[in-house]
Design a protein around this ligand. Structure first.
Ligand SMILES: [Zn+2]
Length: 102
């Protein structure tokens, strides 16, 4: 068993879209790591509890001999941390209020 670097799937970041009028959801890969084109993968339907379960390795439509790993597009950190900070502040407010009264 040698190294399998050549076969290691590349990451393909995707966003979840639903098709209007249907319950079908797709993972939309905006930039294929191999050809740069957009590819779609069926993610399941809206009744599925967790479409994330359909993430993972797929053969690249442009080159079936290669695979890529479909993963959620990372969200911008700033937005996330801002919300987290606001939530933390909100959650901690009651405790802080007690301190302010003293
Ligand atoms: Zn491709």
């Amino acid at each position: 068993m040698g190294k399998k670097d050549r076969n290691t799937p590349r990451m393909a970041f995707a966003s979840l879209r639903d098709m209007p009028g249907t319950r079908v959801m797709f993972w939309v890969v905006d930039g294929c790591p191999y050809c740069g084109e957009r590819h779609l993968h069926i993610a399941g339907n809206l009744r599925m509890a967790d479409p994330g379960e359909s993430l993972g390795e797929y053969p690249a439509p442009c080159d079936p001999s290669r695979t890529y790993e479909v993963a959620l597009t990372p969200r911008p950190k700033r937005k996330q941390s801002k919300e987290a900070r606001r939530k933390a502040r909100r959650d901690g407010k009651d405790e802080v209020l007690d301190d302010d009264k003293w």
